[in-house]
Design a protein around this ligand. Sequence first.
Ligand code: ADP
Ligand code: MG
Length: 678
Amino acid sequence: MDVYDDIGMLKGVGPKTLENLNKCCIFNILDLLLYFPRNYSNISTLENSNLKKDKIILKCQVKSIERDIRTKTGKTISTVVFQNKDGIFKGKWFNQPYMKNNFRINCQYTIMGKIQRFKGTISILNPVVMKQGADDKIEKRILPIYPLKSGLTNNLFTKLISNVLSKIKISENLPHEIIDKYKLCSLDKALRTIHNPVNLKDLNEAKRRLKFQELFTYSLKILMLKSYYNKNKSGIAFKISGELIDLKEAIPYKLTESQNKVIREILVDEKRQNSMNRLVQGDVGSGKTIVAIIAIFNVVKNGYQAAFMAPTEILAKQQYEDSVKLLKNFNVRIEILCGSTGKKDKAIIKEKLKNGNIDIIIGTHALIEDDVEFKNLGIIVTDEQHRFGVMQRSKLENKSKNADILVMTATPIPRTLSLYLYGDLNVSTIDKLPPGRQKIETYYTDKMHRNKAYEFAISEINKGRQVYIVCPLVEKSEDSDLSSVEDIYNELKNTYFKNIKADILYGKMPPKSKEEIMNKFKNGETRVIISTTVIEVGINVPNASLMIIENAERFGLAQLHQLRGRVGRGKYKSYCILIADIKNDIIRKRMEIMKSSSDGFFIAEQDLKIRGTGEIFGFRQHGENGLVVSDLVDDIEIFKLANKEARKLIKSEVKEDIMIRNEIFNKIENSSKYICFN
Ligand code: ADP
Ligand code: MG
């Protein structure tokens, strides 16, 4: 068996299962092995559980299987009634009618889950079925809980993975010196442990190994992209254009002292022969866009081109419109290039860019495609918010030998981290908001009282305002009870928002629909948008006065702060209501910080301090920057070491090092993940 073998060859994977696995982006054995548990349940602590406890693992018998119920909001609830010596309890599944087919009446199962008590009935939502058969002993171990979608079960993952691991031996792929130096366990052991941990100590060792591996290859890739670029860098000395004065006059407001200070710093950089390499950080709403436009304008007036990359199409569109409006009397040619730009238009734009017939190109990742060429690119601005899109940025930077680089972010990046991600970078801070900004009144409430939030939404809408509702998921995920855009939409459409125009919005929608929905919201046709965090970046609708965030406990505080920044953009008093599952003091503390502070930098700092202490030991499924097991901020200590080793390897002239380096680079070049096998 080879890690690149198709997943369909495994025993137990029929056409239907194959389709479902593919939906989870599992196509080959490697994908399966890298599908890590999102959490673990420590079974040894659940021993001797009974129905009086909150979390249980129990052997029980199926008494009956009830007929599915359809709720008012269109959900299907399936119920299986279990029985053991303590009594009776019900296992319930939402919208997963097939789950009940896993059970036979009078047969024995081992069930795990969290108990909910309501009016004398004991039930478990989405129980995990661990083993079947009366004689199966539950070994004392830590049970992996996989993220589940599309009808896949935890049992299936456990079986498939143990089948694979019994047939495969994974060879080492880090240099031995590194393994010895940092006392890392082998890759083979790490993978076995991640999927089947015997104790917490081993589990932590395995995680450390995988994180190291991931951050090491990640560092290698950044360094390789940069080394080419730095070698050839010489810079352009731009003049200060006289037209800047006219532009400043065309701006409909007065720039703040903070903005002026940062603009001065940027213009000094532009004048120098050396390339600018500057990060502008400023809280949400501090007015970074205009600073970027001024920086770009000066370069363009020197006869060079500018590229402005935004993280989403919605934002790119907005920046395009703002720039066109502001620069309309200044004889600048501006175009927009996004994934959704038509094929023909794309070709025309690319041709114009190459010939120098466009001065400013604004766009998304489409700008980094290989066939996008510039005639004389003078400045690259990336508005990456907190996404650390290092790879994309490096790729864009490689399109010009000596362009100035300006990166904008709303989340302060810890100094240590910025050093690794950006190298010798200068930082400018816009530390004051424009005058007249109001504080966004923030409240938090437990799920139990969420009706109050929606009643308040109605009253705002009746006053003529508009409302954002944010959920962590698009569609219901089968292993969690987090709110999804679809569920909330269905629920609200049938209750509070029966007579109110509401729309849904999420990242994977076709760009055309997204645009339509945003436009309808902007011009007031729809009153409510229910969305995922796509709403986070830069959307500007001054009439929106309320944001409700569901499962607020699931978001980072910096992210909540960014989200909240979507309201309070006009003259109306604005509010943010965080609906959270306040299970513990850490969550309460985090919500308190949101309520009491409106200083994005303070909030981010506090979040870093609190996080980590309460985190469970599973993996969050990342993916934004291709990192699966590690987090650049949380794992900064490991990142430092891995980065140091990667720097050494990059510079090494030793033959074996060169071989290892080339091999790793070959593997990761065309992959979206940074854990690779030999
Ligand atoms: P961010 O820093 O979050 O990217 P934006 O650049 O989007 O902020 O600016 C937010 C809003 O503030 C925009 O509507 C912009 O026109 C406005 N704005 C920017 N600077 C000023 C200023 N000095 N005075 C008043 N309004 C400003
Ligand atoms: Mg912005």
